[in-house]
Design a protein around this ligand. Sequence first.
Ligand code: ADP
Ligand code: MG
Length: 693
Amino acid sequence: MRPEILYPLFCGIETIKGIGERSHKLAVKLFGDKIVDMLWHLPSGIIDRRYAPKIINAVPGKITTITAKVIEHLPPKTSKQPYKVIMADDTAEMMLIFFKVYADSIKKNLPVGEIRVVSGKTESFNGMLQMSHPDFIGKLSEIDDIKKVETVYPLTAGISNKMLNRWIKQALQRVPVLPEWLNADYLKQQNWQSFNHSLLTAHNPQTYQDLEPSAPSRMRLAYDELLANQLALAIVRQRVKKQAGRQICGDGKLRQKMLQILPFKLTLAQKKVLTEIYADQKAPYRMLRLLQGDVGSGKTIVALFSMLNAVECGLQSAIMAPTEILAKQHLETMRPLCEKLGIRAELLCGKTKAKQRAQILSDLAEGKINILIGTHALFQESVCFKNLAYIVVDEQHRFGVQQRLSLSAKGDKVDILVMTATPIPRTLVLTAYGDMEYSKIDQVPKGRKPVDTRVVPLNKINDVVAGLKRKLDNGTRAYWVCPLVEESEKSDLAAAVERYESLSKIFGNQVGLVHGKMKEKDKDEVMEKFKSGIFKLLVATTVIEVGVNVPEATVMVVEHAERFGLAQLHQLRGRIKRGFEASNCILMYGYPLSETSRERLNIMRDTEDGFLIAEKDLDLRGGGEILGNRQSGFSEFRLADMAIHKNLLLTAYKDAQMILQLDPNLETERGKALRVLLYLFERDDAVKTYISG
Ligand code: ADP
Ligand code: MG
């Protein structure tokens, strides 16, 4: 249960005065639908309105607050002219300029003969100080509200900074005084203030330094968030570790045979991680290990070997893929190998026909199936195994942290291996996985040819198409990736369809199109045709559909590559790195090209090392977006910025370990405060599932 003290923060934002039906929608998009979401929406800038000289001394071009008397209104003579108002103090006159504004409202706000305070950017015109459309016009009594540092928030169309300031002010007033969850000594050592104080300071920046992620108030808030994250992960980890697990240690016969069947030798890196995995499987506690390896590093084979270890013990294994297409691909890789070993691998997914499904389920319950392949959905259904002992989760960065947590909570004594193809910098492994055991395949099989990556402007598209034509004529298969345009999937689709049509004009019926809006069945059909070579060029809108292994595809064109994240580009390019032929990747960029985008593309051109790319990505834009979506489990931070708060993360990790050592059930005073922290940052699953009371 959420602590009562937090109730006010988890109300809907519609309870804020001024948020109506229309602004609600926009606001939800901007920061979220709860009061607490508003608190995490930190300012991005300030406008200093404290500069308040006499008119004669005012330096034009600055944000200025001026107190003066309204002298005269000069309404426009034609509709094209502006409405002018002359004001003066005891030093000089100045002019206010309004375009297309109701004269009535100007007259009302600036009555002749009265003193008014106006604030806005000034300029000089014919030697006279001038201000167009003041940001503020107020009475002398309101000067304190105007002449100050105005907080500027990240905005969205339809919500003004004034509105946001008013709303957030209300939200801040609702924050109850929360108990201190940080260690007193650490707090002192860092020179940090309380949570409440820090939050207020963060929302009332007075200088540009106050906006920096390194400002004490922001550091404190970031640390709070990181601690909540690390504590939640540590709680889960601690509980899982306490559970007894099976000791999986087969006689090695199947694996020996498999080594003989495979047309290649395992790489040293594969052998190394297998040794680590076997040791973990053999240990008497539950295993929860992360296997990290770049695309093409050979994780699938590693997974298979570790599953065979269980099968050798007469136990069942399962592997879960993020999509049905990928599950099917696992089946295609594994089944022929399994058949040669005399063991049975089956696929169970949404499309499995009822009759076949019934058969598989009953065979599974009787233990006739050794390895089951499926999607995540598989484990939410009531699929009964005879003796499931080992699960491999091939997550390909699609499963979130919460899902992973709930997964490890399920299953009786089941050992789990999570595989990810996403190269994750060390620091981020901590944030997403805590201190989960961790194996890394840091080498790709020998003999792979590097991908020749070129970066070209979009206006060279005709040359690209001509080059593509030569390749296709020689029997090559190629991907053409169209970008996702934010917030307008419809027009993405339109753009992709257009591209598909224009390419079809050149390449005829060799071109296929897949996009996210297609039915799974149709998608599969197109993919099949691409795999079998009926289609030679595949136009795709999303990255998901190209998750399939087509070794013959050795060319990839990415349109508007500057719109993709580094990690995304790396994943995409991985798709053409699978064969042993040389392959080409053409990254086409459009303008405007930001400095960061250019740098990103250059990194792609210069290296194929996923870990290096991930590190650079982190440097370039912080960890928040590393995978470009919230699902990934990396972008779950609202306040912490991985590029800057890396060191805090490590401290938070150690802090969390220490806390649980001293107070495993969070029962001390600090423990209780930490529960509030977990709920505040919505890491409550950990508490609900694992902590009693
Ligand atoms: P990942 O899942 O890590 O992206 P895969 O397991 O799909 O990579 O392997 C990519 C390709 O490399 C597959 O065709 C696989 O058969 C092959 N492969 C795996 N291990 C080796 C190895 N040790 N030597 C040569 N080829 C390998
Ligand atoms: Mg794979």
